[in-house]
Write a protein that binds this ligand. Structure first.
Ligand SMILES: Nc1nc2c(ncn2[C@@H]2O[C@H](COP(=O)(O)OP(=O)(O)OP(=O)(O)O)[C@@H](O)[C@H]2O)c(=O)[nH]1
Ligand SMILES: [Zn+2]
Length: 189
């Protein structure tokens, strides 16, 4: 994997295990640094990607109303504690001049943004801004709901607490009716 120093991660993981008082030579831990280095390469693979690249192919379809892909699961890593936060995202946009993206590309964009050390707010705004830039739609509305392990397994210790973030761009910033319409569909089970 480009730009990922697997050996350095292995050394760092070994040092952490030693620092917490583990025996890094015991059988169960022998391959752990290597496994963790591969895992980090996978979880942070978005750092080697540009989410805009997923919108290099677009289609022309005269669709005037919103397109909403909802309940897209994602996993990310809190940049403060390097523990997971995970949940679902809902991504809506209203195409302009018939410029639409392949539906899977919304989720691919999210995935590439989430697979980095992140903040939930930044995932939400980066996805919205990427779609604004690449599709130039009338509007974008992104909602992310997630549970943060740094608030459940440590610190505050409140399992089940959910954080919701939303970002509106274009017409969704001004037009309450359009925003409420898409919120209704997001909430619909
Ligand atoms: N805004 C924002 N904060 C986050 C996110 N993920 C984790 N945090 C918070 O980042 C903050 C870091 O606060 P600090 O006081 O520097 O660290 P800490 O002492 O470990 O904080 P506690 O979690 O309160 O124990 C915590 O309040 C976390 O809940 C996120 O996606 N967005
Ligand atoms: Zn955290």
């Amino acid at each position: 994997m480009a730009n990922v120093d697997l050996k350095k991660i292995e050394e760092a993981v070994k040092m952490i295990l030693e620092a917490v008082g583990e025996d890094v030579e015991r059988e169960g831990l022998l391959d752990t640094p290597k496994r963790v280095s591969k895992m980090y390469a996978e979880m942070f693979s978005g750092l080697n990607e540009d989410p805009r690249d997923y919108f290099s192919t677009v289609f022309h379809e005269d669709h005037e109303e919103f397109v909403l892909v909802k309940d897209i699961p994602f996993f990310s890593m809190c940049e403060h504690h390097l523990v997971p936060f995970y949940g679902t995202a809902h991504i809506a946009y209203i195409p302009k001049d018939g410029k639409v993206a392949g539906l899977s590309k919304l989720g691919r964009c999210l995935e590439s943004v989430a697979r980095r050390p992140q903040l939930q707010e930044r995932i939400t705004s980066t996805v919205a801004d990427t779609i604004m830039e690449m599709l130039n739609p009338k509007g974008v509305y992104v909602v992310v709901e997630a549970e943060h392990m740094c608030m459940t397994m440590r610190g505050l210790k409140k399992p089940g607490s959910k954080t919701l973030t939303a970002v509106a761009r274009g017409v969704y910033e001004e037009d309450d009716t359009k925003r409420n319409e898409v919120i209704t569909f997001i909430q619909m089970k």
